[in-house]
Design a binder for this molecule. Structure first.
Ligand SMILES: [Zn+2]
Length: 216
């Protein structure tokens, strides 16, 4: 294992621990991956995050082909492989079942552009139709939802966030949950969000790029 891949595995473990501690991947849900020298490294199927070690992570070829032996990759490996194939800008993927964003996903509601921080996701976060977990259909749906975006809601399922680094993808996933919290608060109060227009969103995206908040 190259040093960089060892560092990458340690980084994946740190992100999964942070997501788990924040309650964003309840009951062993969700998965995290990052491009590597041999393809991509992804969290394994069915191992509790708390005890996860670098050796538990699985490196798959770019097309998702598994290694001959060792731990089994997350059941969502097809979705990760399809996103890496479709999005050269994605260096890492964070998939969560974060509760508030998932609540919206279960109601078929995307997150409109009511707060400038949605620029981290590239604009309005779509909610895609339901597809069974682990299927090629879900992989296609996720790629469609991410078109021109860094995040999408998977209907009746959860959240996918991508980034130009693991840190970036993690930040987008956290922001989607923040925005969902704010959106649900508005809905609960019977308030109509006042939306930002595209010109303003583009302006914020440019400012984020200048600040280095979005790695481009
Ligand atoms: Zn899931």
């Amino acid at each position: 294992m190259a040093t960089t891949d060892a560092m990458l595995r340690a980084e994946i473990i740190a992100v999964t621990h942070a997501l788990d501690a924040a309650g964003l991947v309840p009951n062993k849900s969700g998965n995290v991956s990052c491009r590597s020298s041999g393809g991509f490294v992804i969290t394994p199927a069915g191992v509790p995050y708390r005890g996860l070690t670098p050796a538990d992570l699985v490196e798959l070829a770019v097309d998702g082909s598994p290694p001959a032996s060792g731990p089994r990759a997350s059941s969502e490996w097809r979705m990760h492989a399809a996103i890496y194939a479709a999005r050269p800008d994605a260096a890492a993927i964070v998939h969560t079942h974060s509760p508030r964003a998932t609540a919206l996903a279960c109601a078929g509601r995307g997150i409109p552009a009511f707060h400038y921080m949605i620029a981290l996701a590239g604009g309005e976060v779509r909610c895609m139709p339901y597809a069974t977990f682990g299927t090629a259909e879900l992989a296609v749906t996720a790629v469609q939802g991410l078109a021109g975006r860094r995040a999408t809601l998977l209907g009746n399922h959860g959240v996918i966030a991508i980034g130009s680094s693991l840190r970036d993808a993690h930040a987008v996933a956290l922001e989607v949950e923040n925005l969902a919290t704010e959106y649900l608060a508005m809905l609960a109060a019977g308030l109509e969000p006042r939306l930002l227009d595209d010109a303003e969103l583009q302006r914020v995206i440019r400012k984020f790029a200048d600040y280095g908040r979005l790695e481009r």
